[in-house]
Design a protein around this ligand. Structure first.
Ligand code: ADP
Ligand code: NI
Length: 231
């Protein structure tokens, strides 16, 4: 199980008790997401945790325990992935006290994971540095080379085409349309991926996003050139 996340023991910012809780949370999340085939599998969580640790260190004031816990738990309540979102939140609410996470920490973690998803750009903004870090870490995994792979993979999972030249990206769509409307992988670049660079919360996140965004733009340029047999 994602054994290479050996770094948990090397997160110097965490004390022994926190390391223990993080290990248990890692197992809890792995069990729930290990069979996912929509691009929200364990390795997505693993990458988001790695991005989170990096950004939390660069941002200096973020509480590492809250950041890592929220990164680990951020997708186990996702409406795309669970049948009943309310029930999934209840399960997390039950899990955390069992691990002796303090009431205050539970509230911070829950408020991040319940409010950080893009959902077509309709969510209210987060308000803590820990929330900013984890949301940026998740957004970084939606752009660049990995973002492209996940988008095409998700589209295939939904039975959608790679590209339909006559379909144009949608603006101001409802959440229903964002989730279930007629969509293609290439449309999703315009409806989400290309917007993320300007939505980053932290300066360190923004800098990494610049490079990944550039890669998206170059990819699209090459894609259209090949589509039109120009290259
Ligand atoms: P959202 O709140 O937009 O669902 P997620 O972070 O859960 O945010 O989405 C994760 C990733 O899943 C996206 O970055 C993208 O790669 C993929 N994805 C989500 N919706 C679509 C879609 N309609 N078409 C293609 N890929 C999608
Ligand atoms: Ni995610």
């Amino acid at each position: 199980m994602g054994e290479t996340m050996e770094d948990i023991n090397q997160i110097n910012e965490l004390n022994q008790n926190e390391i223990y809780i993080v290990e248990a949370t890692k197992r809890y999340v792995f069990e729930q997401l290990k069979d996912d085939t929509s691009g929200h599998d364990w390795w997505h969580i693993h990458r988001v945790v790695s991005n989170t640790i990096k950004l939390a260190r660069l941002e200096k004031t973020a509480n590492m325990f809250i950041c890592v816990m929220a990164a680990l738990l951020h997708d186990v309540i996702d409406d795309k992935l669970v049948e009943d979102e309310v029930e999934a939140v209840e399960a997390v609410k039950q899990f955390m006290p069992e691990q002796s996470v303090t009431t205050e920490e539970q509230a911070s973690i829950l408020s991040i994971i319940c409010h950080m998803s893009f959902k077509g750009g309709q969510q209210a903004p987060l308000s803590t540095i820990e929330g900013f870090v984890v949301q940026d870490a998740d957004r970084l995994d939606a752009i660049g080379a990995i973002g492209i792979a996940r988008t095409i993979y998700y589209s295939g999972h939904k039975g959608r085409p790679i590209h339909e030249p006559e379909l144009k990206p949608r603006e101001n769509m409802s959440f229903e349309d964002y989730r279930n409307g007629k969509d293609t992988a290439i449309m999703h670049f315009y409806e989400k991926l290309l917007k993320l660079k300007d939505l980053m919360n932290t300066e360190s996140g923004r800098q990494i996003a610049e490079g990944r965004h550039k890669y998206l733009v170059e990819y699209l340029e090459q894609f259209y050139a090949e589509w039109d047999a120009e290259r």
